[in-house]
Ligand binder design. Sequence first.
Ligand code: C2E
Ligand code: CA
Ligand code: CA
Length: 648
Amino acid sequence: MEVSAISKRLLRFWAIERDKPELLKAQYKAFASKIPMMYMILIVNSWALALTHIHSAPHWLSIYYPSALTLFCAIRFAVWLKSKNIDPDAEQAWRALRRTNRLVMPIALSFSIWSILLFPYGDEYAQAHVAFYMGITVISCIFCLMYLRSAALTCALIVNSIFTVFFLSSDIPTFIAAALNVVLVTAAMLVIVASHYRDFTLLIEAQVKTAALSNENSQLANLDALTQIPNRRKFFAMLDAVCDDARTRGTRFSVAIMDIDGFKSINDLYGHAHGDRLLSAVGKRLLNICDENTHLARLGGDEFALIINRNMSDQEIRAFGDQVCLALRPPFVLYNTIVKVAASLGVATFPDMAADAYTLYEHADYALYHGKRNNRGTVTLFSSADKEQIQRNANIEQALRLADFESELSVCFQPVVSIDNSSTVAFEALARWKSPMMGPISPAEFIPAAERMGIIGQLSEILFAKALRVASGWPADINLSFNLSANDLNDTDGLDRIIKTIHETDFPPHRVDFEITETATLYDLKKTEHAIRSLRQLGCGVTLDDFGTGYSSLSQLHALPLTRIKIDKSFVTEIHDNPVSYKIVKSLLALSRDMDLACVVEGVETERELAVLKELGASFVQGYLFAAPLTEAEALAWIATGRTAITH
Ligand code: C2E
Ligand code: CA
Ligand code: CA
């Protein structure tokens, strides 16, 4: 039992550990750099010994035998030198190490027997040379073989056994002493080799563990914890790689950004646990439609991304997008609740719509954002027109940066008339900008640009001062409507400046109506409410503009102290021919009455539209039918002549 345990340990000591691939590879690498040196030493040392015996020993011993050994060593030297730079797999490394293990015994025997055979031919010096050759060469070889413990041990045992037995039996005290010395040194060296080998093994094992750990860390860093799919960081890494690949191969691919319509309300209504469940379930459904060329990631919140690494036509991309939307259509069961959601997708293609990873993402996001406004629940492709619009927006922003607002901005005024007697009750101030660089630019373009740049407060202040100055010249029964942007309502300092302007011009605050859009309430309902209250306290009116186009809930709007609503022009166009618009306007008018709010209908262009609005009981209207926005002088003329409509 004990014997078998010892022999097992010995065998393990001798064996090459095939089950440790990283160790094998490291052993091979360390080994490959030392082995050529060992063969060099063998060749040089052996010829040094052969030459001192060239005249005394027969030629087969002093020339032919060492020549044969040299040839063999030279071949092995060349083989190792060639393989020094290769990166072997574990199997290759194992084979090479096993081959060395097998070759050690015949090599050690050949060299030892050769040197013993030479011994009788030399004088005392030459005999000492043999002993020295054997002792020093075996020590060098053990050093060179130290990364293959078994080979080092075999070499030491064979050479030292022959050496010790031979010299101990020589009856020459010097040689006996030398033999004992060599045995001792070799034994010490073997202990060093064993401990070095153990340290080496431990080091490699530690490296393997560290690599596994860092692999695990990078997995964690790249994986979204909730859905177990790649996260934002991984998405951008993948996108970079796919971009580089597509660039070299000259292929087209697409990036889709998707978000879940209605996710926010599910989170609000049922709580975050339900929201989390929904996201995991969405992740799973999306994974199901991915193949090896479609990479899915969660970018954060309810936003997912897909890299579709396939050369597809726009039509095929749309079909794929529809497939994604369709996959999310069946209801989700979250705990005991059944919910239905829809997905909107924005897609951009490489290289025609964007030439680098970041722009590609930005453009897909742009397509999603704009698609959500008009085509919720479907896929929107980023187009050349979008590209031009982005370029134009950039130009507008640049022109805004260089603009002198005081001289370049002006205000025009569009009358708001009473539907009963067509008298003008107010003018809406509308901003105009004539850029010296780009000519006249619509407020629908430059106002959002100023909002993005964070300079809308400056513009509002200048425009409002200009509008107030003009309005001061109007009769007391004509009010001023002024558009405020969402940012104005959320910027307390800006709002203070607007209020200060009213005080400074001495314009009666009750004659000012501020028009705000629903988007303001989406930013920060509390702040918006506070701003509206401040304006109301001053005596100003507050109108909700573009009513019916936003998404905020009625209950939220109910909480705001508004005075008026303005029904958006999109519902007025062709109202006589469009039953849906008709119904919407009818119910919005009813709603305004219920909420005790005044109501203006904007965008009235034809007599037929006006007739329908009259029939529905609207009281104030505005639109090209009466007048387009007028200049300051035109507005004064309009008032002076008591006109109720102008023709263009
Ligand atoms: P809005 O407040 O809804 O203004 C009404 C827009 O409809 C104006 O366009 C007006 O010229 C146009 N309009 C008036 N009657 C009709 C009609 O019968 N048919 C049609 N199709 N359109 C009509 P405008 O002046 O280009 O202004 C566009 C938008 O820019 C405004 O929409 C408003 O949101 C914004 N805006 C304009 N001036 C200012 C401003 O001083 N401050 C802020 N924050 N926004 C402004
Ligand atoms: Ca307006
Ligand atoms: Ca409007």
